[in-house]
Design a protein around this ligand. Sequence first.
Ligand code: GAP
Length: 432
Amino acid sequence: MAKYELDKIVALCKRRGFIFPGSEIYGGLANTWDYGPYGVELKNNVKSAWWKANVYERDDILGMDASIIMNPRTWESSGHVASFADLLVDCKVCKKRFRKDQIKDKCPECGGNDFTQARAFNLMFKTTIGPVEDSRSTVYLRPETAQGMFVNFLNILDSRHPKLPFGLAQIGKAFRNEVTTGNFTFRTLEFEQMEIEYFVSPRDADRFYAEWAERRFQWYLDLGIKKDNLRKRQHEKEELAHYAQACTDIEYNFPFGWSELEGIANRTDFDLKQHSQASGKDMRFFDDATKERFYPYIIEPSGGVDRSVLAFLSDAYDEEKVKDDIRVVLRLSKELAPVKVAVLPLLKNRPEIVELAKRIAGQLKKYFVSVYDDTAAIGKLYRRQDEVGTLYCITVDVQSLEDKQVTVRHRDTMRQERIGIDKLTEYLKDKL
Ligand code: GAP
């Protein structure tokens, strides 16, 4: 199975409008990236697929959308003020700063081996509320969406009365003051998380922890990730976050090696207990059947939207030889492909063909994300659509004017077939 270099994926993303360097005209800003027209579609498709699988297709998970800026006491209770830190060292030769776990003996920048003592560096971004920058108005940009769900636990119990086990799901931005650069969108200052907090009876925690790891692994496969590129890895005790008793990472074989895509953690009753104690609100769950009152355990599948997008792009990228040419094709699944159908006129100087092609595109837009393009010769138009992963290209030619048929070209095989215009919508509905 071919594995392509990250540079090729970065170049395709820039060339076709998936992902651009952040604020590029000013020289960019390290670890920030902007999603272009195709990137935002792909990202939205990833989020929709996740929401569908975890909220709409289940009876036991409710959606949420909490504030990014929260009462700062949240982050004291959660342990993030005290413990959410990386150990950093400075290279005394080139003065660059690195995460201690990411240098071996040598500075990755200059090759030197003289470092300062490691110091803990909190990853949370601070900002202030109000006009006076004093300590009373300091707040944090959330480093995870999870806490927004924990602090609303009682609101959910009071408004929706769920029984255990039940979950909350949220997709939203999170922020971390990351110092490691490189690897494209893998580690950024600002990113989106897709998180589930699944509340269970403590005695069921191990079972649900294993079930969620399995279910989340399968989700990536269902959306087209190749099995050989995905694996699970159990955290060693010393790797665990301060809140976790156990954690399984789902890792993807990125162009730069196996790295974390999503973590499934058993957070125990740590969070609800902490928030209960700090807020003075009783956050225990009352079980009607057993008449017990207790803190539920939390199983947390926590994935990154941006990392998923990068994994789906890396997995879908393919090059194949076609005659004397190399065809670049993004073999994204039909759920994720940013554009489902492109309508292309064979001759753009024939007004009747152009008019018919535009009419067909207009009709298809009501059902599928479709585009019309006549800005190049047909071969080039096909290559362009292949590069963004468009599933079907519909070509309107001279013959279409007479026989009322168009050519449908399949992205993966390049197979072509003639389909009647009046049957086209149904044909594509069936395929998509
Ligand atoms: N609530 C648990 C939590 O936040 P995490 O392992 O720190 O756990 C979960 O983050 C996921 O969020 C990661 O698996 C990754 O996909 C994504 N993520 C974390 N930091 C990121 C960063 N700096 N840039 C991009 N994605 C990140």
